[in-house]
Write a protein that binds this ligand. Sequence first.
Ligand code: PLP
Length: 375
Amino acid sequence: MIDFSRPVYVKESMSYIQQAVEQNHLCGDGSFTRKCTEWMEEHTGTERAMFTTSCTHAMELMALLMEIEPGDEVIMPSYTFASTADAFVLRGAKIVFADIRPDTMNIDENLIEQAITPRTKAIIVMHYAGVACEMDKIMEIARRHNLFVAEDAAQGMMASYKGKALGTIGDFGTYSFHETKNYTMGEGGVCLIQNREYIERAEIIREKGTDRSKFWRGEIDKYTWVDMGSSYLPSELNMAYLWGQLEIAEEINRERLSAWNRYYDGLSALAKQGMVTLPFVPEDCEHNAHMFYIKVRDEAERIKLIDFLKQRGVWAVFHYIPLHSTLAGKKFGRFSGEDRYTTKESLRLLRLPMYYGLKEEEIEFVIRAVYEFWG
Ligand SMILES: *Cc1c(COP(=O)(O)O)cnc(C)c1O
Protein backbone atom coordinates (compact mmCIF):
# COMPACT_ATOMS: atom_id res chain seq x y z
CA MET A 1 0.00 0.00 0.00
CA ILE A 2 1.34 3.45 -0.87
CA ASP A 3 0.33 5.73 1.99
CA PHE A 4 -1.31 9.00 1.20
CA SER A 5 0.75 10.89 3.78
CA ARG A 6 3.41 10.20 6.40
CA PRO A 7 4.63 12.54 9.12
CA VAL A 8 8.15 13.86 8.50
CA TYR A 9 10.75 12.11 10.56
CA VAL A 10 14.36 13.26 10.78
CA LYS A 11 16.74 11.16 12.87
CA GLU A 12 18.45 14.16 14.48
CA SER A 13 15.16 15.15 16.12
CA MET A 14 15.48 12.27 18.57
CA SER A 15 18.75 13.56 20.02
CA TYR A 16 17.26 17.06 20.25
CA ILE A 17 14.35 15.67 22.24
CA GLN A 18 16.86 13.92 24.47
CA GLN A 19 18.68 17.24 24.95
CA ALA A 20 15.45 19.00 25.86
CA VAL A 21 14.80 16.36 28.51
CA GLU A 22 18.33 16.63 29.90
CA GLN A 23 18.10 20.42 30.08
CA ASN A 24 15.20 19.99 32.52
CA HIS A 25 13.13 22.39 30.48
CA LEU A 26 10.07 20.79 28.94
CA CYS A 27 7.58 23.64 29.10
CA GLY A 28 7.46 26.35 26.46
CA ASP A 29 9.96 29.01 25.38
CA GLY A 30 13.20 27.14 26.06
CA SER A 31 16.26 26.87 23.86
CA PHE A 32 14.58 24.92 21.02
CA THR A 33 11.71 27.39 20.80
CA ARG A 34 14.35 30.15 20.59
CA LYS A 35 16.26 28.36 17.81
CA CYS A 36 13.07 27.72 15.83
CA THR A 37 11.88 31.30 16.34
CA GLU A 38 15.17 32.77 15.12
CA TRP A 39 15.12 30.45 12.12
CA MET A 40 11.54 31.44 11.30
CA GLU A 41 12.16 35.18 11.59
CA GLU A 42 15.29 34.97 9.48
CA HIS A 43 13.85 32.71 6.76
CA THR A 44 10.49 34.39 6.34
CA GLY A 45 11.50 37.98 7.07
CA THR A 46 8.54 38.31 9.42
CA GLU A 47 8.71 41.04 12.05
CA ARG A 48 7.92 38.48 14.75
CA ALA A 49 7.23 34.73 14.84
CA MET A 50 5.42 33.17 17.80
CA PHE A 51 5.15 29.40 17.99
CA THR A 52 1.82 28.00 19.15
CA THR A 53 0.23 24.67 19.98
CA SER A 54 -1.49 24.56 16.58
CA CYS A 55 -2.23 26.65 13.53
CA THR A 56 -5.82 26.82 14.78
CA HIS A 57 -4.52 28.41 17.99
CA ALA A 58 -2.32 30.79 16.03
CA MET A 59 -5.49 31.91 14.23
CA GLU A 60 -7.31 32.34 17.53
CA LEU A 61 -4.44 34.55 18.63
CA MET A 62 -4.80 36.61 15.42
CA ALA A 63 -8.55 36.96 15.95
CA LEU A 64 -7.96 38.22 19.50
CA LEU A 65 -5.35 40.72 18.27
CA MET A 66 -7.77 42.01 15.64
CA GLU A 67 -10.38 42.45 18.40
CA ILE A 68 -13.04 40.64 16.41
CA GLU A 69 -16.36 41.07 18.20
CA PRO A 70 -19.89 39.67 17.95
CA GLY A 71 -21.55 41.10 14.85
CA ASP A 72 -18.32 41.62 12.95
CA GLU A 73 -17.99 39.96 9.58
CA VAL A 74 -14.96 38.29 8.08
CA ILE A 75 -14.62 37.27 4.44
CA MET A 76 -13.00 33.96 3.52
CA PRO A 77 -13.26 31.15 0.97
CA SER A 78 -15.72 28.33 1.65
CA TYR A 79 -13.20 25.90 0.21
CA THR A 80 -10.95 25.67 3.30
CA PHE A 81 -10.47 23.78 6.55
CA ALA A 82 -12.88 24.37 9.44
CA SER A 83 -10.15 26.05 11.54
CA THR A 84 -10.01 29.06 9.25
CA ALA A 85 -13.57 29.85 10.31
CA ASP A 86 -13.48 28.50 13.89
CA ALA A 87 -11.08 31.12 15.21
CA PHE A 88 -13.46 33.89 14.16
CA VAL A 89 -16.67 32.09 15.11
CA LEU A 90 -15.25 31.78 18.64
CA ARG A 91 -15.13 35.59 18.78
CA GLY A 92 -18.75 35.81 17.62
CA ALA A 93 -18.07 36.85 14.04
CA LYS A 94 -20.29 36.07 11.07
CA ILE A 95 -18.44 34.27 8.28
CA VAL A 96 -19.02 35.58 4.77
CA PHE A 97 -17.90 33.03 2.21
CA ALA A 98 -16.70 34.07 -1.24
CA ASP A 99 -16.29 31.85 -4.29
CA ILE A 100 -12.94 30.48 -5.42
CA ARG A 101 -11.00 30.60 -8.68
CA PRO A 102 -11.14 27.22 -10.41
CA ASP A 103 -7.48 27.39 -11.49
CA THR A 104 -5.83 27.71 -8.05
CA MET A 105 -8.80 26.85 -5.80
CA ASN A 106 -7.99 30.09 -3.90
CA ILE A 107 -10.46 32.85 -3.03
CA ASP A 108 -11.37 34.84 -6.16
CA GLU A 109 -9.84 38.25 -5.53
CA ASN A 110 -12.39 39.82 -7.89
CA LEU A 111 -15.33 38.73 -5.72
CA ILE A 112 -14.06 40.08 -2.39
CA GLU A 113 -15.12 43.68 -2.79
CA GLN A 114 -18.78 42.83 -3.37
CA ALA A 115 -18.81 40.80 -0.12
CA ILE A 116 -17.75 43.82 1.97
CA THR A 117 -20.40 45.43 4.21
CA PRO A 118 -20.12 48.16 6.89
CA ARG A 119 -19.58 45.31 9.42
CA THR A 120 -16.63 43.72 7.63
CA LYS A 121 -13.46 43.68 9.75
CA ALA A 122 -11.09 41.37 7.92
CA ILE A 123 -10.28 39.39 4.81
CA ILE A 124 -8.98 35.92 5.59
CA VAL A 125 -7.14 34.27 2.73
CA MET A 126 -6.04 30.64 2.59
CA HIS A 127 -3.17 29.74 0.27
CA TYR A 128 -4.34 26.39 -1.01
CA ALA A 129 -1.61 23.79 -1.58
CA GLY A 130 1.02 26.44 -0.84
CA VAL A 131 0.08 28.40 -3.96
CA ALA A 132 -0.45 32.06 -3.14
CA CYS A 133 -3.66 34.03 -3.52
CA GLU A 134 -3.50 37.20 -5.66
CA MET A 135 -2.16 39.22 -2.74
CA ASP A 136 -1.43 42.55 -4.47
CA LYS A 137 -5.06 42.95 -5.40
CA ILE A 138 -6.29 41.71 -2.00
CA MET A 139 -4.00 44.07 -0.06
CA GLU A 140 -5.12 46.97 -2.23
CA ILE A 141 -8.81 46.24 -1.50
CA ALA A 142 -8.09 45.88 2.23
CA ARG A 143 -6.20 49.20 2.44
CA ARG A 144 -8.96 51.00 0.59
CA HIS A 145 -11.64 49.65 2.94
CA ASN A 146 -9.48 49.77 6.07
CA LEU A 147 -9.66 46.01 6.70
CA PHE A 148 -7.22 43.57 8.24
CA VAL A 149 -5.75 40.84 6.07
CA ALA A 150 -4.91 37.55 7.78
CA GLU A 151 -3.30 34.68 5.89
CA ASP A 152 -4.06 31.08 6.72
CA ALA A 153 -0.79 29.80 5.29
CA ALA A 154 -1.14 26.48 7.16
CA GLN A 155 0.05 24.73 3.98
CA GLY A 156 2.41 27.47 2.86
CA MET A 157 5.73 27.27 4.69
CA MET A 158 8.66 27.73 2.21
CA ALA A 159 6.30 29.10 -0.44
CA SER A 160 6.29 32.71 -1.61
CA TYR A 161 4.48 35.37 -3.62
CA LYS A 162 6.61 37.88 -5.55
CA GLY A 163 9.54 36.88 -3.35
CA LYS A 164 7.70 37.35 -0.05
CA ALA A 165 7.13 34.37 2.24
CA LEU A 166 3.47 33.39 2.51
CA GLY A 167 2.10 34.51 5.85
CA THR A 168 4.16 37.72 5.86
CA ILE A 169 2.20 39.74 3.31
CA GLY A 170 -0.94 40.56 5.30
CA ASP A 171 -1.11 41.90 8.86
CA PHE A 172 -0.94 38.40 10.32
CA GLY A 173 -0.20 34.93 9.02
CA THR A 174 -0.01 31.37 10.30
CA TYR A 175 1.70 28.06 9.44
CA SER A 176 0.70 24.62 10.67
CA PHE A 177 3.05 21.90 11.92
CA HIS A 178 0.37 19.25 12.10
CA GLU A 179 1.67 15.82 11.06
CA THR A 180 0.06 16.16 7.62
CA LYS A 181 2.06 19.29 6.75
CA ASN A 182 5.46 19.69 5.07
CA TYR A 183 7.19 20.23 8.44
CA THR A 184 5.74 18.86 11.64
CA MET A 185 5.94 18.77 15.41
CA GLY A 186 2.93 16.46 15.76
CA GLU A 187 0.61 19.30 16.63
CA GLY A 188 1.84 22.88 16.39
CA GLY A 189 1.75 26.17 14.58
CA VAL A 190 3.24 29.61 14.37
CA CYS A 191 1.77 33.09 14.21
CA LEU A 192 3.62 35.63 12.05
CA ILE A 193 3.07 39.26 13.00
CA GLN A 194 4.02 42.12 10.70
CA ASN A 195 2.96 45.15 12.73
CA ARG A 196 5.16 45.78 15.79
CA GLU A 197 2.28 47.36 17.65
CA TYR A 198 0.68 43.95 18.14
CA ILE A 199 3.74 42.08 19.39
CA GLU A 200 3.52 42.93 23.09
CA ARG A 201 -0.17 42.07 23.34
CA ALA A 202 0.41 38.84 21.41
CA GLU A 203 3.08 37.78 23.92
CA ILE A 204 0.66 38.44 26.76
CA ILE A 205 -2.29 36.58 25.23
CA ARG A 206 -0.05 33.61 24.40
CA GLU A 207 1.13 33.45 28.06
CA LYS A 208 -2.26 33.24 29.83
CA GLY A 209 -2.73 37.00 29.84
CA THR A 210 0.41 37.58 31.90
CA ASP A 211 3.55 39.58 31.19
CA ARG A 212 5.76 36.55 31.83
CA SER A 213 7.63 37.03 28.52
CA LYS A 214 8.87 40.42 29.76
CA PHE A 215 9.81 38.80 33.06
CA TRP A 216 11.92 36.12 31.32
CA ARG A 217 13.75 38.86 29.43
CA GLY A 218 14.48 40.61 32.73
CA GLU A 219 12.49 43.70 31.82
CA ILE A 220 10.33 43.46 34.98
CA ASP A 221 10.98 41.79 38.36
CA LYS A 222 7.64 40.04 38.79
CA TYR A 223 4.91 39.05 36.41
CA THR A 224 1.15 39.35 36.85
CA TRP A 225 -2.14 38.97 35.07
CA VAL A 226 -2.52 42.01 32.82
CA ASP A 227 -5.00 41.06 30.04
CA MET A 228 -7.17 38.23 28.78
CA GLY A 229 -5.27 35.32 27.38
CA SER A 230 -4.82 31.63 26.86
CA SER A 231 -2.01 29.10 26.81
CA TYR A 232 -0.74 28.88 23.27
CA LEU A 233 2.92 28.04 23.80
CA PRO A 234 4.12 24.59 22.73
CA SER A 235 6.28 22.26 24.79
CA GLU A 236 10.03 22.08 24.16
CA LEU A 237 9.60 18.40 23.23
CA ASN A 238 7.60 19.41 20.17
CA MET A 239 9.96 22.23 19.29
CA ALA A 240 12.96 19.88 19.52
CA TYR A 241 11.25 17.51 17.09
CA LEU A 242 10.65 20.37 14.65
CA TRP A 243 14.20 21.75 14.93
CA GLY A 244 15.64 18.66 13.26
CA GLN A 245 13.52 19.48 10.19
CA LEU A 246 14.18 23.22 10.09
CA GLU A 247 17.90 22.45 9.89
CA ILE A 248 17.27 20.66 6.57
CA ALA A 249 14.20 22.61 5.47
CA GLU A 250 15.65 23.35 2.01
CA GLU A 251 16.42 19.72 1.36
CA ILE A 252 12.92 18.62 2.38
CA ASN A 253 11.45 21.29 0.12
CA ARG A 254 13.63 20.28 -2.85
CA GLU A 255 12.65 16.65 -2.48
CA ARG A 256 8.94 17.46 -2.35
CA LEU A 257 9.21 19.73 -5.39
CA SER A 258 10.96 17.02 -7.35
CA ALA A 259 8.17 14.54 -6.48
CA TRP A 260 5.60 17.15 -7.52
CA ASN A 261 7.35 17.79 -10.83
CA ARG A 262 7.52 14.07 -11.53
CA TYR A 263 3.76 13.77 -11.06
CA TYR A 264 3.19 16.85 -13.20
CA ASP A 265 5.38 15.67 -16.10
CA GLY A 266 4.14 12.10 -15.83
CA LEU A 267 0.47 13.09 -16.00
CA SER A 268 0.75 15.88 -18.56
CA ALA A 269 -0.10 13.61 -21.53
CA LEU A 270 -3.32 12.59 -19.79
CA ALA A 271 -4.07 16.24 -19.17
CA LYS A 272 -3.48 17.03 -22.86
CA GLN A 273 -6.04 14.40 -23.75
CA GLY A 274 -8.48 16.25 -21.49
CA MET A 275 -8.93 13.41 -18.99
CA VAL A 276 -7.58 15.29 -15.97
CA THR A 277 -6.79 18.86 -15.01
CA LEU A 278 -3.43 19.50 -13.35
CA PRO A 279 -2.66 22.14 -10.71
CA PHE A 280 -1.91 25.68 -11.88
CA VAL A 281 0.84 27.77 -10.33
CA PRO A 282 0.71 31.47 -11.34
CA GLU A 283 3.95 33.09 -12.43
CA ASP A 284 4.38 35.19 -9.29
CA CYS A 285 4.11 32.16 -7.00
CA GLU A 286 6.79 29.82 -5.80
CA HIS A 287 5.01 26.86 -4.26
CA ASN A 288 6.21 24.23 -1.80
CA ALA A 289 4.70 21.03 -3.21
CA HIS A 290 2.43 20.70 -0.22
CA MET A 291 0.15 18.46 -2.24
CA PHE A 292 -0.29 17.05 -5.69
CA TYR A 293 -3.89 16.96 -6.84
CA ILE A 294 -5.65 16.19 -10.09
CA LYS A 295 -9.16 17.12 -11.09
CA VAL A 296 -11.39 14.61 -12.87
CA ARG A 297 -14.71 15.10 -14.66
CA ASP A 298 -17.09 14.91 -11.70
CA GLU A 299 -17.80 13.27 -8.36
CA ALA A 300 -18.94 9.98 -9.88
CA GLU A 301 -15.67 9.61 -11.77
CA ARG A 302 -13.73 10.51 -8.62
CA ILE A 303 -15.45 7.76 -6.61
CA LYS A 304 -14.55 5.22 -9.29
CA LEU A 305 -10.94 6.39 -9.49
CA ILE A 306 -10.43 6.30 -5.70
CA ASP A 307 -11.73 2.74 -5.68
CA PHE A 308 -9.61 1.76 -8.70
CA LEU A 309 -6.47 3.13 -7.06
CA LYS A 310 -7.29 1.47 -3.75
CA GLN A 311 -7.47 -1.92 -5.47
CA ARG A 312 -3.94 -1.29 -6.74
CA GLY A 313 -2.66 -0.31 -3.31
CA VAL A 314 -2.69 3.46 -3.82
CA TRP A 315 -4.33 5.59 -1.21
CA ALA A 316 -5.77 8.81 -2.69
CA VAL A 317 -8.01 11.23 -0.78
CA PHE A 318 -10.13 14.30 -1.30
CA HIS A 319 -11.13 17.20 0.92
CA TYR A 320 -12.90 19.82 1.78
CA ILE A 321 -16.67 19.68 1.98
CA PRO A 322 -17.27 23.41 1.29
CA LEU A 323 -17.86 25.08 4.65
CA HIS A 324 -21.00 26.93 3.60
CA SER A 325 -22.77 23.62 2.92
CA THR A 326 -22.00 22.14 6.37
CA LEU A 327 -24.10 22.22 9.54
CA ALA A 328 -21.83 24.76 11.24
CA GLY A 329 -21.30 26.74 8.05
CA LYS A 330 -25.02 27.31 7.71
CA LYS A 331 -25.27 28.39 11.33
CA PHE A 332 -22.28 30.73 11.41
CA GLY A 333 -21.96 31.94 7.86
CA ARG A 334 -23.51 32.91 4.57
CA PHE A 335 -22.34 32.70 0.98
CA SER A 336 -21.83 35.99 -0.82
CA GLY A 337 -22.91 35.87 -4.46
CA GLU A 338 -23.10 32.71 -6.52
CA ASP A 339 -21.38 29.39 -5.80
CA ARG A 340 -20.08 28.94 -9.32
CA TYR A 341 -16.94 26.96 -8.60
CA THR A 342 -16.59 26.09 -4.91
CA THR A 343 -18.88 23.05 -4.85
CA LYS A 344 -18.33 21.94 -8.44
CA GLU A 345 -14.55 22.05 -8.31
CA SER A 346 -14.32 20.55 -4.81
CA LEU A 347 -16.15 17.46 -6.08
CA ARG A 348 -13.61 16.97 -8.90
CA LEU A 349 -10.45 17.19 -6.83
CA LEU A 350 -8.35 14.18 -5.80
CA ARG A 351 -5.05 14.26 -3.91
CA LEU A 352 -2.35 11.72 -4.75
CA PRO A 353 0.21 10.34 -2.27
CA MET A 354 2.74 12.98 -1.26
CA TYR A 355 5.21 12.99 1.61
CA TYR A 356 8.88 13.44 2.39
CA GLY A 357 10.46 10.08 1.64
CA LEU A 358 8.01 9.01 -1.08
CA LYS A 359 10.13 7.01 -3.54
CA GLU A 360 10.47 7.65 -7.26
CA GLU A 361 9.28 4.16 -8.15
CA GLU A 362 6.22 4.69 -5.96
CA ILE A 363 5.39 7.89 -7.84
CA GLU A 364 5.82 6.05 -11.16
CA PHE A 365 3.54 3.32 -9.87
CA VAL A 366 0.84 5.86 -8.95
CA ILE A 367 1.15 7.55 -12.35
CA ARG A 368 0.81 4.21 -14.16
CA ALA A 369 -2.23 3.31 -12.08
CA VAL A 370 -3.90 6.61 -12.98
CA TYR A 371 -3.24 5.97 -16.71
CA GLU A 372 -4.64 2.44 -16.42
CA PHE A 373 -7.90 3.87 -15.14
CA TRP A 374 -8.46 5.51 -18.51
CA GLY A 375 -7.19 2.44 -20.35
C1 PLP B 1 -3.91 22.04 8.53
C2 PLP B 1 -4.70 23.24 8.33
C3 PLP B 1 -5.18 24.00 9.41
C4 PLP B 1 -5.10 23.55 10.82
O1 PLP B 1 -3.84 23.39 11.33
P1 PLP B 1 -3.66 22.82 12.81
O2 PLP B 1 -2.20 23.03 13.06
O3 PLP B 1 -4.05 21.37 12.75
O4 PLP B 1 -4.50 23.60 13.72
C5 PLP B 1 -5.84 25.18 9.15
N1 PLP B 1 -6.05 25.62 7.90
C6 PLP B 1 -5.64 24.91 6.84
C7 PLP B 1 -5.88 25.45 5.47
C8 PLP B 1 -4.97 23.71 7.01
O5 PLP B 1 -4.56 23.01 5.94
